[in-house]
Write a protein that binds this ligand. Structure first.
Ligand code: ATP
Ligand code: MG
Length: 182
């Protein structure tokens, strides 16, 4: 294989990216990549494993583009939830859909937002997620977000960034702000 061919195939290879840590910026960094990929007319997808109280700005925005499939399939935050069994079912449904999107070979970029919380609660098999990510289409980039990223995913990822909390207005009683936080 000539050098230029090697370079091209390396350029086409998708990455596994993980954004973790306690500071703000994990989901928005992933959405920034979505924004960037859409600039090249790539097909992109987001699966959100947690659904907050609000219809977020990103969900509103995404609904006007056919290039992006934006799915919020998780249940509410666990601390808002009354029934962990329902949360588990919804997490598994979100994973089943994610797996389908990964294996469809239709996407340039997929974001699995807040997938980590499903491992903390034992809702999903980490092994199954690792295997599916390993066998994903060559050109597919997957971004995982969430606090407490499991070691197996950190080891496997090509790129890991930890958002470090230095200051957050929430600590000074500032409420979450539409257009900034959701
Ligand atoms: P963002 O979606 O703004 O990029 P994130 O994905 O890094 O944030 P999450 O852990 O998913 O953070 O939390 C989601 C919500 O909690 C967001 O509204 C975010 O602003 C807020 N948040 C993030 N970090 C903190 C923090 N350290 N203290 C309080 N609230 C936070
Ligand atoms: Mg987030």
């Amino acid at each position: 294989m000539g050098d230029s061919q090697k370079t091209r195939s390396a350029k086409e290879q998708g990455l596994l990216i993980a954004y973790t840590g306690d500071g703000k910026g994990k989901t928005t960094a992933a959405l920034g990549m979505i924004f960037r990929a859409m600039g090249y007319s790539h097909k992109v997808g987001v699966v959100q494993f947690i659904k907050g109280k609000w219809k977020t700005g990103e969900r509103r925005f995404a609904s006007s583009f056919s290039q992006i499939d934006f799915l919020t399939l998780g249940h509410g935050f666990t601390w808002e939830s009354e029934d962990l069994q329902i949360d588990k079912k919804m997490a598994q449904a979100a994973w089943a859909k994610s797996k389908q999107l990964i294996e469809s070979n239709q996407y340039f970029l997929l974001v699995l937002d807040e997938i980590t919380y499903t491992f903390q609660h034992g809702f999903l098999s980490l092994d199954e997620v690792v295997q599916t990510l390993k066998l994903r289409p060559f050109q597919l980039t997957v971004v995982l977000t969430g606090r407490n990223m499991p070691d197996a995913l950190i080891e496997m990822a090509d790129l890991v960034t930890e958002m470090k909390l230095i200051k957050h207005p929430f600590d000074h009683g500032m409420p979450a702000k539409p257009g900034v936080d959701f």
